[in-house]
Design a protein around this ligand. Structure first.
Ligand SMILES: Cc1cc2nc3c(=O)[nH]c(=O)nc-3n(C[C@H](O)[C@H](O)[C@H](O)COP(=O)(O)O)c2cc1C
Length: 284
C-alpha cells in the first residue's frame, strides 16, 4: 500500500495564497515529469499541460474570469486535451492526478475555471484551435504566514468546501431512489472519490452500486455552476472524481479502470433525467 499517496488524495485542498518565490529547477522538472505520466481515461486523446510562470502582478483569476482570489501563485499549468472521446472527463481525470501528486510533493494547487472563455485562453497560450480547456491549475508552495493560512481557510469556507457531502448522500444501492451508506469494502475508494475538487464545490458526482458494479453519474445541472454554463464543469469534475479513484486504486494495490459509457456498448442503469451516466468501474 502507498499510504502517502492515499493520504495525499484525502488531504489535498485548494490553496489560494502562495509563497511567491519560484520553485527550483528540480521541482519544476518533477512537475513536468509527473504531468506526462498520468493515467488516461481515454488513451486515444492527446493531453498536454504547459507549465508557465506567473508574471509579476499577473492575476490569473481576474484574467480568466474565475471566482475568488488566488494570490501569488508562482506557476501554473495550462492543461488541454485534443480528441473526441470523453474529452472533458478525461481532462478532469488527468489534471486531478497532477493536483494530487503536487500535494504529495507538499505543493499547493488551485484550479481556475475558464469555461466560456476558451477562445481567449487558446489564443493567449497559443493552443491549437481544437484544444479543449476547462481550467488552469495554479501551483506553488502554500504561504505559511498567518495571513496566508487565514485566506486559505476563509476562501474554502466561502465556497463551503469544508462541507463536503457525506457518502450517505452520494451513494445508492441497486436503484437511484434513496441514498445510503456504502459497504465497508467500497468505502476507501469512495472516500477518495468524494474528496475530488469541483468548480464552486458543486460535487456533482453520484455513485450507484448495482449487481456488483460501481457506476458513476454526474448531475446535469447544478445550482453552483449556474444555468448558462454548458455541462463542461460537470463532466470535468466527474473526471476529477475518477482520477481520485484511479490514484486510490494505485495506492491500495487494486487493479482496474473506468469504462466510459458509450465505449463498450454497455447501457447505463436506469436513471433520472437529471443525472448523466459517465462510466462504470471495472475491477480486474
Ligand atoms: C474546474 C474547477 C474550476 C475552479 N475554479 C476556481 C476559481 O475560479 N477560483 C477558486 O478560488 N477556486 C476554483 N476552484 C476550486 C474549487 O472551489 C474547490 O475545488 C472546491 O471548493 C472544493 O474545495 P477543495 O478543492 O479545497 O477540496 C475550481 C475547481 C475546479 C475543479
Amino acid at each position: 500500500m502507498q499510504a502517502d499517496l492515499y493520504q495525499a488524495i484525502l488531504a489535498r485542498r485548494s490553496v489560494r495564497r502562495y509563497d511567491q518565490n519560484a520553485l527550483d529547477d528540480d521541482a519544476l522538472a518533477r512537475v513536468r515529469e509527473l504531468a506526462t505520466h498520468v493515467q488516461p481515461l481515454e488513451p486515444g486523446n492527446r493531453f498536454e499541460a504547459r507549465l508557465q510562470s506567473t508574471a509579476p502582478g499577473q492575476d490569473l483569476v481576474l484574467d480568466l474570469g474565475g471566482y475568488g482570489r488566488v494570490v501569488n501563485p508562482p506557476h501554473f499549468l495550462v492543461p488541454y486535451i485534443v480528441g473526441e472521446a470523453f474529452p472533458y472527463s478525461d481532462l478532469g481525470c488527468r489534471v486531478e492526478q497532477i493536483a494530487v501528486r503536487l500535494a504529495a510533493m507538499d505543493l499547493g494547487s488551485c484550479f481556475i475555471g475558464c469555461v466560456g472563455r476558451e477562445e481567449g485562453v487558446r489564443a493567449r497560450f497559443g493552443l491549437p484551435p481544437e484544444a479543449r480547456v476547462v481550467a488552469l491549475l495554479a501551483f506553488g508552495r502554500p504561504s505559511d504566514t498567518l495571513g496566508g493560512r487565514a485566506v486559505n481557510a476563509l476562501m474554502r469556507a466561502g465556497v463551503r468546501a469544508t462541507d463536503k457531502l457525506p457518502l450517505q448522500r452520494l451513494f445508492y444501492v441497486e436503484t437511484l431512489e434513496q441514498p445510503s451508506a456504502p459497504p465497508a469494502g467500497l468505502a476507501p475508494l469512495l472516500e477518495a472519490a468524494r474528496q475530488a475538487p469541483s468548480a464552486v464545490n458543486a460535487q456533482p458526482w453520484r455513485f450507484l452500486w448495482q449487481d456488483g458494479q460501481l457506476h458513476l453519474f454526474v448531475k446535469r445541472r447544478s445550482i453552483g455552476y449556474g444555468t448558462t454554463l454548458p455541462m463542461r464543469y460537470s463532466l470535468h469534475d466527474g473526471g476529477a472524481c475518477m482520477g481520485n479513484v484511479l490514484l486510490a486504486m494505485e495506492a491500495l494495490g487494486i487493479a482496474g479502470h473506468w469504462a466510459p459509457y458509450g465505449q463498450d456498448g454497455l447501457d447505463a442503469p436506469p436513471h433520472p433525467e437529471m443525472l448523466l451516466p459517465l462510466a462504470h468501474l471495472i475491477l480486474e
